[in-house]
Design a protein around this ligand. Structure first.
Ligand code: C2E
Ligand code: MG
Ligand code: MG
Ligand code: MG
Length: 292
């Protein structure tokens, strides 16, 4: 007890910190238990060809359906899963489920999954991913891996060899959240990415912020010049969509097209894809309004 340890132990031991540590431990245990109970599930966000309004595929975004906390964002549980060494297992869990879900979609639709920086450091990552694909009997050509720009900093060498082995298997790799890291264009060019996704922080305000509009427009032109396809994430309004459509041939995603949904609720989106803009002269805006 503190009494026996003497005064000094009180000087550094902050009871508030003890509280936080207890909470943290509880949270970690809940995550482990949630994994055992299959509470981690994939949700899906539509990815759209902005010019045609057609669905091109889905990005899988993991969710934790916690019985006590409700729907928990990956922004919260991914870093903790990394800390406790559970990220590989958790990721495998949701990717396996996603491959199963995506097998039911039209084979022209792609599946994008996010991979965290820590997983990239695993020298067996490509091998493990391939094993999942084989087990699910899922064509590698339909899979896209998303890597956030910020993780290129420490991992450049590993990322380069990883990209090479993934590409050799037919898997495509997208640079996610572009504009949030500090990489030179030369550096990016030295990595064989198949696509670049412009971060939401630039896209969302394209209609109201001239600087961001200039940045996104330039990136669209750059992508065209380099023959590097570009996606804009975080499209929230029809106004932003209209701007983006003027910038060139982009893919896009965002809440304008609906919030991410579980596999069981994609039905209407999957059939919308078939109907999209066929004859009716329906714009992508009208299309999204019916689905929101
Ligand atoms: P991200 O890959 O950049 O995904 C986009 C995030 O922005 C998603 O948040 C999505 O729900 C949200 N979003 C999409 N459109 C809009 C919009 O129009 N406006 C706004 N305000 N937000 C929008 P989410 O699902 O919370 O995911 C956060 C991040 O967690 C993802 O960022 C991704 O990096 C990571 N993540 C998600 N699933 C996984 C996973 O299975 N494994 C790993 N390692 N990371 C994951
Ligand atoms: Mg992503
Ligand atoms: Mg992103
Ligand atoms: Mg982002």
């Amino acid at each position: 007890h503190a009494k026996h340890r003497g005064r000094n132990s009180f000087d550094w031991f902050d009871p508030q910190m003890g509280e936080e540590m207890r909470f943290r431990t509880q949270f970690e245990n809940q995550i482990r238990e949630g994994m055992r109970k299959r509470e981690f599930v994939p949700f899906y966000e539509r990815q759209i060809d902005l010019q045609t309004g057609k669905l091109t595929g889905f990005e899988m975004l993991a969710r934790w359906k916690s019985p006590t906390l409700g729907l928990v964002s990956p922004e919260i549980f991914i870093p903790i899963a990394e800390d406790i060494g559970a990220i590989a297992e958790l990721s495998e869990l949701v990717i396996r489920q996603a491959l199963e879900d995506a097998r039911e979609w039209d084979p022209s639709l792609s599946l994008a999954v996010n991979i965290s920086p820590m997983q990239l450091r695993d020298p067996w990552f490509a091998q493990k991913l391939l094993k999942l694909l084989v087990e699910a009997n899922f064509p590698p050509e339909r899979l896209e891996i998303e890597i956030t720009e910020s993780c290129l900093h420490q991992n450049l060498t590993q990322v380069r060899s990883l990209l090479t082995s993934l590409k050799n298997q037919g898997i495509r790799v997208t640079l996610d959240d572009f504009g949030t890291g500090y990489n030179s264009l030369a550096q990016l060019r030295s990595l064989p990415f198949d696509r670049i996704k412009i971060d939401r922080s630039y896209v969302t305000s394209v209609g109201s912020d001239a600087d961001n509009a200039a940045i996104v427009h330039s990136l669209a032109l750059l992508g065209k010049g380099l023959n590097l396809p570009i996606t804009a994430e975080g499209i929230e309004t029809a106004d932003v969509l209209e701007h983006l459509m003027q910038y060139g041939d982009l893919k896009g995603q965002g809440y304008l097209y609906g919030q991410p949904r579980p596999a069981g609720q994609l039905g209407e989106w999957l059939s919308d894809a078939a109907l999209a803009r066929q004859g009716s002269g329906e714009s992508p805006i009208a299309l999204s309004a019916t689905s929101l």
